[in-house]
Write a protein that binds this ligand. Structure first.
Ligand SMILES: Cc1cc2nc3c(=O)[nH]c(=O)nc-3n(C[C@H](O)[C@H](O)[C@H](O)COP(=O)(O)O)c2cc1C
Length: 359
């Protein structure tokens, strides 16, 4: 019988349980290089069936936020290798989330020589945090040229290779929450008139080419994708054809055969609810692993697995605040509450110092 705490399959991998740690940006990577503190944090949470890392940039251009890690330099690969070794030593499995921020960036956050690029030169509404000068309005990005499109897809493929060489079990393309890949899918941010913009068949092209390039680099069993149908984060308004567009994506991704689709539902954080019909469409059209996420506790996770709505459940904030979440949920023990004030601050406070259960 499938339960939250029984072993699970993900492609050829066997996971210790059906609980996935959701990707969570924590901004502890000084100089964009993974470090020993991050290894400690991940190793503390290695009892998750699968850890998906925080958003990690495949390119200097993708480093929109301060202190987020990359996976394009030698030093970054070496840093990640320490982390994957620490997680594997405890029996965990690990995918890296490849996040190119695109227009959700600020030049003050980017390394020298990097550029803010996006499908079209449309600035996001609102402001962005920078270490140098605090909150700043979002500047307009540069619209990507043909050459930018080719080189960015090549960067995703190279990052996937670097990740597997650094010991990751696979990669997750971050095509959710308003970052570069989703900026291509959505009509408000993609106003291109070439073969990458216009109808959904063209707006989906960049994402599908990134999927194909990643599969060519590391194989279908090592490539997953995160999508946020009905997501509005980072100035991504809803529009009439949204369910039809994501239905097209479900079909096309199924045809590519990648190992999982990971759906985001941020209604527990005040975002619009993802309709049940949308989740059911992904379940029906996508034949490999489906991961659902957003606002789960143990009871709801167990119920959705038992109902066959998905194959795995991803959990964010409860894992952030409870290194031993699996044990706590298994034994019905109370959980620590997350401290929002330390979500994105450097150092161990609110990161590696959440207490484990008393024995
Ligand atoms: C501190 C924090 C950082 C996050 N960073 C990312 C990220 O890098 N990539 C991503 O896809 N989602 C990110 N998310 C969203 C989570 O993966 C997850 O979808 C969200 O927290 C809802 O799940 P939960 O209710 O289990 O926390 C972040 C959430 C939090 C709280």
């Amino acid at each position: 019988m499938t339960t939250l705490f029984s072993k699970a399959k993900l492609g050829p991998l066997t996971l210790e349980n059906h609980l996935v740690m959701s990707p969570m940006t924590r901004n502890r990577a000084m100089d964009n290089i993974p470090n020993a503190l991050m290894a400690e944090y991940c190793a503390q949470r290695a009892t998750a069936g699968l850890i998906i890392t925080e958003g990690t940039s495949p390119s200097p251009n993708g480093l929109g936020y301060p202190r987020i890690p990359g996976i394009f330099s030698k030093a970054q690969a070496v840093g990640w290798n320490v982390i994957t070794d620490a997680v594997h030593a405890k029996g965990g499995k690990m995918f890296i989330q490849l996040m190119h921020c695109g227009r959700i960036a600020h030049p003050l956050n980017l390394p020298a020589g990097a550029r803010m690029v996006a499908p079209s030169a449309v600035a996001a509404a609102g402001e962005m945090y920078t270490d140098a000068e605090g909150m700043k309005p979002h500047p307009a990005p540069q619209a990507m040229t043909d050459e930018d499109i080719r080189s960015t897809i090549a960067e995703f493929a190279q990052a996937a290779k670097n990740a597997v060489a650094a010991g990751f079990d696979g990669i997750e393309l971050h095509s959710a929450n308003g970052y570069l890949l989703e900026q291509f899918i959505r009509p408000n941010t993609n106003q291109r008139t070439d073969s990458y913009g216009g109808p959904i068949e063209k707006r989906a092209r960049f994402v599908l080419e990134a999927v194909e390039a990643a599969i060519a680099a590391v194989g279908k069993d090592r490539v997953g994708i995160r999508l946020s149908p009905f997501g509005v984060f980072n100035d991504m308004p809803l529009y009439d054809a949204i369910e039809a567009d994501y239905t097209y994506l479900a079909q096309q991704l199924n045809a590519r055969g990648l190992v999982y689709i990971h759906l985001v539902d941020h209604s527990s954080m005040g975002a619009p609810t993802v309709p049940d019909s949308m989740k059911a469409t992904f379940r029906k059209l996508f034949r490999r692993t489906l991961i659902l996420s957003g606002g789960y506790d143990a009871g709801r996770a167990e119920a959705d697995l038992a109902a066959g709505k998905c194959d795995l459940i991803a959990v964010g904030r409860p894992f952030l605040a409870n290194p031993d979440l699996v044990e706590r949920w298994k034994t019905g023990t109370a959980v620590n509450a997350p401290d929002m004030a330390t979500f994105y601050t450097p150092g161990p406070k609110g990161y590696t110092d959440y207490p484990v259960m008393k024995r």
